[in-house]
Design a protein around this ligand. Structure first.
Ligand code: ATP
Ligand code: FE2
Length: 321
């Protein structure tokens, strides 16, 4: 089973081709950059995806023999409807042209599956931390259940906003990480874990009010220590509750070395192990959609109708593979 996967949920349009045991044959992508100081403008992202879709497809056709494909997969959601529609249309046309079956894949499930493939983890507690998501997930009863999540803004977004308010550009995560290394003081900040959920808006407001009064270095350090300690607490609770022995860090914020350190320390103390999805497949990409399509098809999933599902939640998907 060889699948071609199309990703188009938000800023990235990607085409990936993955074989039966998870061999990534191809992973092409192009990312839309919003105007300075702005978030994604859906109409612009859509236009970007439309402009690059045929170019990337032609490139893929040149580097891989499409007659070997058995399946077309596309990202059905969650995501921005105009962007999702570009992916669906491209996938539909390709499936029709090549007379191949088509499968709609959940974007968040795909992040988890490519992470498991890349790290060799079998049954991890997943910490998915990006600009758009902050969730702790674990497989239970045949679904990836959301064990805990942010009640307001995602941590990556909080760091992007904080950095912007300090006068730096996007993305703010790496900027605040660099600043934090030069700090000389920890400032107490609101630590907000509610049950197994997290809240970052109070922390962001508090940190933002200190801009100009404390150094950016000390603010970044204190924000990071507080925000990441909250994540570590919830992941530790998930490990204790589920009895699982692996943690998988994914999403853009997983690249943060301090977060990796905190997770490694906590898991070591619990005789568990922490893994980080390599950057090559941690951002949005087509290979993760292709691979999840392979898993679904091999488990016998087939779909008669195809649509987008902009608000689909991770735990709506039955993990039958
Ligand atoms: P998704 O659509 O899955 O929510 P996304 O659109 O936010 O993903 P990603 O590339 O997964 O895209 O994540 C981007 C986020 O990761 C940004 O908020 C950025 O600041 C953050 N980030 C990137 N590198 C680091 C780092 N070293 N430390 C902290 N945050 C980081
Ligand atoms: Fe994503």
């Amino acid at each position: 089973m060889i699948s071609l996967g199309i990703e188009s949920t938000a800023h990235t349009f990607g085409i990936g081709i993955v074989g039966p045991k998870g061999k990534i044959c191809l992973n092409l992508r192009e990312t839309y950059k919003p105007p300075k100081g702005s978030g994604i403008i859906p109409a612009e992202a859509k236009a970007h995806h439309e402009a690059v879709a045929s170019k990337l497809l032609a490139k893929a056709k040149n580097s891989f023999d499409f007659s070997k494909l058995n399946l077309i997969s596309y990202s059905k959601g969650p995501g921005l409807p105009p962007c999702l529609k570009v992916g669906l249309t491209a996938a539909r046309n390709l499936a029709k042209e090549l007379k191949l079956p088509l499968l709609g894949v959940n974007h968040c499930v795909a992040h988890i599956e490519i992470g498991k493939l890349a790290t060799g983890t079998k049954d991890p507690v997943v910490l998915y931390v990006s600009g758009g998501n902050t969730q702790v997930l674990a497989l239970a009863g045949g679904r990836y259940r959301v064990f805990g999540e942010t009640l307001d803004i995602p941590i990556g977004n909080a760091m992007d906003v904080l950095a912007r308010r300090m006068g730096y550009g996007f993305p703010g995560g790496p900027v605040t990480a660099r600043l934090a290394e030069k700090a000389d003081k920890f400032i107490e900040m609101p630590y907000s874990v509610k049950g197994t959920d997290l809240s970052y808006s109070g922390l962001l407001t508090h940190a933002s009010r200190l801009i100009g009064k404390e150094s950016n270095e000390n603010i970044s350090h204190s924000f990071r220590e507080t925000g990441f300690a909250m994540l570590t607490e919830v992941v530790e609770r998930a490990l204790a509750h589920t009895g699982k022995k692996e943690v998988l860090l994914t999403g853009g914020v997983a690249a943060n070395v301090r977060l990796q350190e905190m997770m490694a320390k906590m898991t070591k103390a619990r005789k568990a192990k922490s893994y980080v999805v390599p950057e090559s497949v941690s951002g949005d990409n087509g290979a993760m959609i292709a691979w999840t399509g392979v898993l679904m098809a091999q488990a016998g999933v087939c779909e008669a109708t195809h649509d987008i599902s902009p608000r689909q939640r991770t735990d709506e998907v039955k993990v039958v593979w």
